[in-house]
Design a binder for this molecule. Structure first.
Ligand SMILES: Nc1nc2c(ncn2[C@@H]2O[C@H](COP(=O)(O)OP(=O)(O)OP(=O)(O)O)[C@@H](O)[C@H]2O)c(=O)[nH]1
Length: 490
């Protein structure tokens, strides 16, 4: 295997088919549920006669670096620990470099046990074996674009890479004669052949191949388990410790499902090929995103449209001031506040003097222009908190919150002066004249309703008109037609 090839990193989410594989490198959390097995008298006698169980531990070049205190941290180890707990005997690991060395030690009695073996590994000898403690699906690893399909029939006549060890362990080459098998020395070599297109797939136990895929390989490989065939692991037992066979089988039987799941989950977590379709996911996210943006855009447009409608329904088109409806609404609001919080306020009702004449002499367009100029003056001379509304044709109402008569007079005086500054446009400068307005002022009184307040202001305005225009009149609190206390001409 090329160095670079072996170190390929998982670099993309799309096509990442194997989500999590062997993640656990520490000791398994075991023994939480498994109880001690019940042994027969002869089994107890056997166990009493031994101090420890000698376990042959095969260490190869690739696993050597994982040795810790003569132990390899493997899934078999986790099962052995559970067995050791049940029989209350320590495990003593004897390192061997090959299976045949392990076999020799089992035969001589130097080892009582050897783990991680295929059933019938030592058939024809008097070495015994336990029941299978591990049963694992067989995985096919193929390029994503050359997926093997779900049925084994679709896989016939394909060329499969297989490690020599697994080939002899599993006898797959004999069991599946329809395939062309190509034996390789190790898993990385097999996976490289898949990537290079030399074989259609690599076949191996799921647990073994998973680790390599997660750590070293591109995301374009797909893993599937199309075979009924499973890969089993058993313990080989020395004939010198024959009683161990039933002891181990009992201990294995006694391992709780929870403990088995805990061990297996810690070592093997594989998601198969048929899972997330990231292209579909990306498309769905894209469409969803576009839909969301579309709806957001529509929502913004609708909000703006509604704001527009609200504005239209509240404002006077010509002057941009509040219309009669909105001004009325504001007036009621301030009357309610006055009643509840004693928050006084004043109203100033204003009417442009002789506006009909302006219209008649200069035309309606000039009249309109005057109305706009008046509106602008009212706005610029008032506070931000004042409400200015077009009350009728050439009549305006100004609501001044928190303003008593004294201050309302001051405001009106300012308005009176600034309105006088508005001239009536004319082609001939010498003929230009100015406009004026009359004002009626009233401050809210305890007995006032909306109508009495407006009537009092109106009465004051009428009085200002009758008294010669271009002035303001202050209404005294009380009945609308009660006395007018002040007339101020400018
Ligand atoms: N150009 C224009 N004129 C309007 C508008 N609304 C009302 N008018 C006119 O304003 C004039 C008001 O006339 P009057 O009610 O007789 O009052 P006036 O001429 O101002 O007389 P006094 O109020 O007594 O000073 C009418 O001729 C209306 O047609 C408008 O939006 N634009």
């Amino acid at each position: 295997m090329g160095k670079g090839t072996g170190k390929r990193r998982v670099n993309s989410l799309l096509g990442l088919l194997i989500v999590g594989i062997i993640s656990h490198l520490g000791h398994a959390r075991t023994g939480a549920f498994t109880q001690t097995a019940i042994f027969t008298q002869s089994e107890i006698t056997f166990l009493n006669g031994v101090q420890r169980i000698n376990v042959c531990q095969q260490v190869t070049a690739s696993t050597e670096s994982h040795l810790f205190n003569n132990q390899l941290n493997t899934i078999s180890q986790d099962y052995l620990q559970l067995i050791a707990q049940q029989i209350s005997k320590p495990l003593n690991y004897v390192l061997v470099s090959s299976r045949s060395e392990g076999k020799a030690k089992l035969l001589s009695g130097d080892c009582d046990l050897m783990a991680n073996l295929a059933p019938e590994s030592f058939a024809g000898t008097n070495i015994l074996q336990s029941n299978a403690y591990l049963s694992m699906p067989i995985a096919f690893v193929s390029p994503r674009e050359k997926s093997l399909g779900r049925s084994i029939k679709q896989m016939f006549s394909r060329t499969l890479a297989i490690t020599k060890t697994f080939a002899s362990d599993s006898q797959l080459t004999d069991k599946l004669p329809e395939f062309n098998f190509r034996q390789v020395n190790n898993i990385p070599l097999g996976l490289d052949q898949v990537i290079n297109g030399e074989v259609d797939a690599f076949v191996a136990p799921l647990m073994q191949v998973g680790y390599f895929l997660q750590h070293n390989y591109t995301p374009n490989l797909i893993i599937s388990t199309n075979l009924q065939e499973h890969w089993h692991r058993v313990f080989a037992i020395s004939a010198n410790a024959a009683a161990l066979q039933s002891v181990i089988n009992k201990a294995l039987d006694n391992i709780s499902v929870d403990d088995k799941n805990t061990i297996n989950d810690q070592w093997i977590k594989v998601n198969y090929a048929h899972q997330t379709d990231y292209h579909l996911l990306a498309t769905v996210i894209l469409i969803g995103g576009l839909l969301f943006l579309g709806l957001l855009h529509r929502h913004i447009l609708l909000t703006r449209h509604n704001q527009n409608l609200t504005k239209i329904s509240q404002t006077d088109k010509l002057t941009g001031l509040y219309n009669r409806v909105k001004t009325d609404e504001s007036l009621n609001y301030h009357i309610n506040r006055f009643r509840r919080y004693d928050d006084t306020f004043s109203v100033i009702l204003m009417d442009i003097d002789d506006f009909k004449k302006i219209n008649d002499q200069h035309g309606h367009i000039v009249g309109d222009d005057i109305l706009v100029k008046v509106a602008n003056k009212l706005t610029s001379c008032s506070r931000n908190t004042d409400i200015i509304g077009r009350w009728g044709g050439e009549e305006f109402l100004i609501i001044c919150p928190k303003t008593d008569l004294k201050h309302a007079r001051m405001i009106t005086k300012k308005l009176l002066t600034s309105i006088q500054a508005i001239n009536i446009p004319s082609l001939e400068k010498s003929q230009q004249s100015h406009i004026s307005a009359s004002f009626g002022i009233a401050e809210i009184a305890i007995e006032d309703t909306h109508d009495t307040l407006i009537t009092r202001a109106d009465f004051a305005l009428l009085s200002a008109k009758q008294n010669g225009k271009n002035q303001f009149v202050v209404a005294k609190p009380g009945l609308a037609d009660n006395v007018l206390v002040e007339r101020v001409a400018h």
